[in-house]
Design a protein around this ligand. Structure first.
Ligand code: LMR
Length: 395
């Protein structure tokens, strides 16, 4: 039965991780996969996470099943983290949250849920978007269409083109937006653009679907969620996929949340029952550990404070690296967009051939699209990275 199967190419992001690991050079630099690294190039467990794990170890009493929705406390606190505790949709009990296996689990279950709502649903995704969005959503059988998002010459948001294209969307179509820290470009909508896109979605009867996987790593927890929160104040139905991989550093624990905002509390109950049934038939229940850690942190004032301090320090470090890289590259060209962008990623705007030279000659790894993980640099490696880029673009 297996003999007719062909070997698939490696995943562009995960495959690069493997190539990097196998590179024997000691001065290699990994700007590929989106994992936060500190000044020493490590991805340590956050101190608040360590402390929460310790407390869990001492207090956890059972490993019995938690059910398809996951932990009630985690779900409630994640709703508050993303939307803000005073959000009207929470007060009106129109928000239902389920714990998912990472942001990917949330995205895929959102897609399965959309299939139940509307079997021929079309989802509009930005060009470019995170490479795994298309398999995750398309794999559930949704039709994917693309809207232009990034102007390739300025590497900033081409908002007019985005809006012009989304004017073609039909009522009931779904629009996927990155809540903050656009992956892969780092180019985010500003406050006025969020308002304008909310107007368009409302006027055309579209359904907004927000992927917020980097809350706290752009400009701060509240600032990064501002566009999503304001959109959710105005629209009756919103789907939000959130991840704890980056802001809690829980990558391998697969911890995320899927939120459905419904027009009424009653509709929310029906929608959630459908979602839970879809979850049951996919993976039955989410893994517990990461969500238990997050719940412990969000529910314990001193851990919350510690976590926020650590997250703010990560965020500031990324902003400093952005400024330093764009300055170091100034003699080679205008890379000021790197300083204006937010989150872990930016495109360098160099060609795949130049990316190859950077990898092969200099041991500097980035995606073929020239997406770099800013947090993969340190103040020690940054000058060498900048020198190599300047060398390659100057040839
Ligand atoms: C990335 O974009 O590098 C991360 O989200 C990791 C992944 O799973 O692709």
């Amino acid at each position: 039965m297996f003999e007719q199967l062909k070997t698939l190419p490696q995943d562009p992001i995960l495959g690069l991780m493997k190539t990097f690991r196998e590179d024997p050079r000691s001065d290699k630099v990994d700007l590929g996969v989106g994992v936060y690294r500190d000044e020493a190039g490590e991805t340590p467990i956050m101190a608040a996470v360590q402390a929460a794990q310790q407390r869990l170890l001492e207090t956890e009493t059972t490993k019995a099943y938690i059910g398809p929705a996951g932990a009630e406390g985690f779900n409630r606190l994640m709703g508050q983290l993303v939307l803000g505790a005073e959000h009207p949709a929470l007060k009106e009990q129109r928000v239902n949250v389920v714990q998912t296996p990472g942001g990917c689990g949330a995205l895929r279950m959102a897609a399965e849920f959309l299939k139940l709502c509307k079997p021929d649903a079309t989802v509009w995704v930005s060009t470019p978007t995170w490479a795994n969005h298309i398999p995750l959503l398309g794999g559930a059988g949704l039709t994917i269409r693309e809207y232009p998002y990034l102007d390739p010459s300025s590497l900033s948001v081409n908002f007019d083109a985005m809006v012009d294209c989304l004017e073609q969307a039909e009522a009931g179509d779904v629009v996927l937006l990155h809540g903050c820290c656009h992956n892969p470009s780092g180019a985010d909508l500003d406050a006025d653009q969020w308002t304008a896109i909310t107007d368009l979605i409302e006027r055309k009867g579209l359904l907004p679907f927000i992927d917020i996987a980097y809350q706290g790593l752009g400009e701060g927890l509240d600032k990064d969620a501002d566009g999503v929160r304001r959109l959710a104040e105005r629209l009756p139905e919103v789907i939000i996929a959130s991840s704890c991989s980056k802001n809690f550093g829980l990558y391998r624990e697969r911890t995320g949340a899927l939120m459905l905002i419904s027009a009424t509390a009653q509709q929310g109950l029906a929608a959630t029952s459908q979602l839970l049934s879809a979850i049951r038939s996919h993976y039955s229940m989410p893994p517990s550990h990461g969500a238990a850690v997050v719940e412990m942190i969000l529910d314990t004032p001193e851990l919350m404070q510690q976590w926020q301090g650590e997250l703010d320090a990560m965020c500031s470090r990324i902003l400093e690296l952005r400024a330093a890289l764009s300055q170091a590259l100034a003699p080679a060209g205008d890379f000021s967009f790197i300083e204006r962008q937010r989150g872990m990623f930016s495109f360098l705007g160099v060609s795949p051939e130049q990316v190859k030279i950077l990898r092969e000659e200099f041991g500097i790894y980035m995606l073929d699209s020239s997406r770099i993980n800013i947090a993969g640099m340190s103040t020690t490696t940054l000058p060498r990275v900048a020198e190599a880029i300047a060398d390659v673009v100057g040839r």
